[in-house]
Structures are given as structure tokens and as C-alpha cells.
Design a protein around this ligand. Structure first.
Ligand SMILES: C[C@H]1O[C@H](OP(=O)(O)OP(=O)(O)OC[C@H]2O[C@@H](n3cnc4c(=O)[nH]c(N)nc43)[C@H](O)[C@@H]2O)[C@@H](O)[C@@H](O)C1=O
Length: 322
């Protein structure tokens, strides 16, 4: 019998890559979506992944309990909810509900009806806020700056509380920014590389961006899902930071991307203050060493190589579209 893994929110970037990884490892992978009839499955389709997609509102205790009873999963990966920090400023309550209430509902269903389930919670580096240049670890205090960060910090605290109070195997991976060709253009890396590819192909557009001075620890999503899976394979549950340990400014990212296409970014990019966030996390970087020693996992794709890979993906998708 194959172990059953359930991915809550399976249609996003991470859900698609995680489904591919778990299937390759012999798991019977099921996914959920709030609206499976209408949701875009383009990420799963791009990777050639098929899996049973169940309709689920993860904030509904009865619906969650019924699905866990029906599938009997050994592992549950909680990847659902709002994923855009920018959007969380416009929709703080929906953000909190989709992250905090959903995580609480899943934990409570596991505690009461399926306590042997191993539970992975998708946390975020946004929980830490500005660490003053000190690379964050799982022990860094939470000082979130966005409604999204508040929600992710709260969900992570719930996970720790259920682990310590009830003995559940429940863990949070605090993932730093991680990108791929499955990223939609509401995220800045996809916005940049697709615009640069179009401009290189003859488009006369100008790319408008917010604050170019911010810095992020950007990694490669397909390898980050391996860290998630490993966190549930450990003898003891523990939270981890998942990151590269290197960071670069958005301006450097833009420069590398346009340079990949033989373009000078200054001729094609403008800044628009309305794209800046009400409260901006200026710089973000994690410490990769604890995950390396505990999970035997380390990011291999860094900065310039990441930009190059994303640019190649943008070129390929432009060719497919034309
Ligand atoms: C770790 C974290 O990582 C991601 O959240 P994010 O960091 O907000 O990602 P992003 O690509 O939207 O912004 C990155 C930075 O780029 C700045 N920026 C400038 N100009 C534009 C711009 O035009 N668009 C966008 N989107 N950002 C811009 C923006 O202000 C921010 O400083 C999610 O996976 C999230 O789920 C998560 O957990």
C-alpha cells in the first residue's frame, strides 16, 4: 500500500512541485482546492501531474474531518491560503481567515480524529520581519510587518502549541522567497523576467516596479519542496528555516535579468511609488546551516543562476505562447 499524502492547496507553485516529488517517491498524492471546478491547474498541467483534486474549505471542521476520514492520509501538507504579501494589505481579514483559521481547523481535526498524521505547515520568512541583517533561524522572534506575516506567525505558533501540548508531529517550514517558472506575475520575479523576455522580443513596453532597494533571499522552488518533505521524514518534529543564505537587492535582480537578454535595464524600467507597500520588509535573509545539519538539505541554486533559469523559462513560455 502506498502512503497517502494530502496537499491542502495543491494547485499553486509549491503544490505542483511537491505533488511531483511525492509521486516520484511512491506516495498516493491527493490535493484540495476551494473550487476545483474553476481553479486553474496550469501549474500541475505544466509539470504533467495528475492527481485527485478534492473540493475543500479548510476552515470547515466538518468538511476537513470528513476528508481526513475518507482518505486516511499519513501526511498532510498545509499549503493553502493567501500567498501574496501585497494583497494581504488590501484583504487583512480574508488573509487571516485563510491562513490562521484554516491551520487551526486542520490541527484540531488531526488532534481529535487522526493524531498519527504528520502535519507540515507552510510558514514564511515574513513572520520574522526585519532581523536587522542577522540571518533568521527557526528561533528568531516573530516581528511581522504585514497582515500576511502576522497570519503566518500566528499559524506557526499554533503548530508549535499543538506539538508541545498534544504531542502531534506538526512542524512549520519558514520558507524564504522561492521562485520558478510556475510563479504568476503578481510576484515580482515573474513580472520582471516575463517583461524582459517580451522587451527582448521587440515589445516597446516599460516595466513599472516599486522599491528597487529591497533585498530578498531568493531560492529555487523545486528544491524547496524537498526540504518540506524531509521535515516530515525526521525522527522528531522540529521547525526549520528554508533559505539559500544569500540575498540580493531587487535592483541587482532586475539588472541580471535584463543583462541575460543583452539589455540595459535602465532603458526599460521605471519606478512607481504606488507599487510600494504600506509597510515594507527592507531586507530578508535566512541561516541555512540548521536545515543542512538536521535535514541534510541545502539550496543549490543561488542569485545569478536563479535569475538565468527564470529568464530561460520566460523565453520558453513566450515561444510556446506565440
Ligand atoms: C517569503 C514570501 O515571499 C513571497 O512574498 P513577497 O516577498 O512579498 O514576494 P513578491 O515577489 O510579491 O515581492 C518581493 C519584493 O519585491 C517588491 N516589489 C517591488 N516592486 C514590485 C512589484 O511591482 N510587484 C511585486 N509583487 N513586488 C514588488 C515587494 O515590495 C517585495 O519587497 C511570497 O512567496 C509569500 O507567500 C512569502 O511567504
Amino acid at each position: 500500500m502506498k502512503p497517502v499524502s494530502l496537499i491542502i492547496g495543491a494547485t499553486g507553485q509549491d503544490g505542483a512541485y511537491l505533488a511531483r516529488l511525492l509521486q516520484a517517491r511512491g506516495h498516493d498524492v491527493h490535493g484540495t482546492s476551494r473550487a476545483p471546478e474553476t481553479v486553474s491547474t496550469s501549474g500541475l498541467d505544466t509539470l504533467g501531474i495528475t492527481l485527485p483534486l478534492h473540493g475543500l474549505d479548510p476552515t470547515s471542521p466538518t468538511a476537513v474531518a470528513a476528508l481526513l476520514h475518507h482518505l486516511g492520509p499519513a501526511r498532510v501538507f498545509n499549503l493553502g491560503g493567501q500567498s501574496s504579501v501585497g494583497q494581504s494589505f488590501a484583504e487583512p481579514i480574508a488573509t487571516l481567515t485563510s491562513i490562521v483559521t484554516a491551520t487551526a481547523t486542520l490541527l484540531e481535526a488531526i488532534r481529535t480524529a487522526a493524531p498519527a498524521v504528520r502535519f507540515y505547515n507552510a510558514g514564511s520568512s515574513e513572520s520574522f520581519g526585519d532581523t536587522g541583517g542577522v540571518p533568521a533561524t527557526a528561533d528568531t522572534p516573530f516581528r511581522p510587518l504585514s497582515p500576511y506575516g502576522v497570519a503566518k506567525a500566528s499559524a506557526a505558533m499554533l503548530v508549535r502549541s499543538y506539538r508541545e501540548s498534544y504531542g502531534l508531529f506538526a512542524v512549520t517550514g519558514h520558507l524564504f522567497n522561492h521562485e520558478s517558472r510556475l510563479r504568476p506575475p503578481r510576484f515580482v520575479t515573474a513580472k520582471i523576467v516575463h517583461a524582459a523576455a517580451r522587451i527582448a522580443a521587440g515589445s516597446k513596453e516599460t516595466l513599472s516596479l516599486g522599491d528597487l532597494s529591497i533585498a530578498r533571499d531568493w531560492g529555487w522552488a523545486p528544491e524547496y519542496v524537498d526540504a518540506m518533505a524531509r521535515m516530515l521524514d525526521q525522527p522528531e518534529p522540529a521547525d526549520h528555516v528554508v533559505c539559500t543564505g544569500t540575498s540580493m537587492t531587487l535592483e541587482a535582480f532586475v539588472a541580471y535579468a535584463f543583462d541575460h537578454f543583452g539589455l540595459d535595464w535602465r532603458a526599460h524600467v521605471t519606478t512607481d511609488p504606488t507599487l510600494a507597500r504600506p509597510n515594507e520588509l527592507r531586507s530578508s535573509r535566512g541561516n541555512p546551516d540548521p536545515a543542512a545539519s538536521a535535514l541534510n538539505w541545502r539550496a543549490t541554486v543561488h542569485t545569478q543562476e536563479l535569475v538565468k533559469t527564470l529568464c530561460e523559462g520566460a523565453t520558453a513560455s513566450l515561444k510556446t505562447a506565440s
